[in-house]
Design a protein. Structure first.
Length: 150
């Protein structure tokens, strides 16, 4: 896959990896336990086999999935998420929450299994573990500048 965005932005660079049509849906199916080619294809009606094959190869190259040969004749593979791939679960959950808040026809919602109540996204301070009420996006160079000023 070619890099489409030459912008110094985490979102743009992430989309260079996962922004192609079907890519996030493929990762989501693997996350949901569809680990074989035919399982993924069946779960995603309309995806051409050659496109699925190309996307799986690309996701492996990018380190989001790992591939294991489980049958020699014919060759068949099992796809699993790497740690980097598993971290996309938070993105999926956030999209589910966004959809439940904004789509006219909602298919899923994210709930607390203990209470059945819907949940929301929260930001946690990595250092203190406390919930943060507001966040600010800063450039990495700006962060390095602030650290140098202290």
């Amino acid at each position: 896959m070619k890099s489409r965005y030459n912008i110094p932005c985490n979102i743009a660079q992430s989309l260079n990896i996962i922004g192609d049509r079907w890519t996030l849906l493929i990762v989501h199916e693997i996350l949901n336990g569809q680990t074989l080619f035919n399982e993924i294809k069946k779960a995603l009606p309309g995806i051409p086999s050659n496109l699925l094959s190309d996307r799986l190869k690309y996701l492996e190259e990018e380190g989001l999935i790992s591939v294991e040969l489980y049958s020699d004749h014919p060759p068949r593979y099992r796809y699993t998420l790497t740690k980097n791939g598993e971290e996309l679960e938070h993105v999926f959950n956030t999209l589910i929450i966004w959809g439940s808040n904004n789509l006219q026809k909602c298919y899923k919602k994210l709930i607390d299994p203990k209470t059945g109540d819907e949940v929301a996204v929260a930001y946690i301070n990595k250092k203190t573990g406390e919930v943060v009420d507001t966040v600010e996006v800063i450039a990495v160079q700006e962060e390095l500048q602030r650290a140098g000023d202290e």
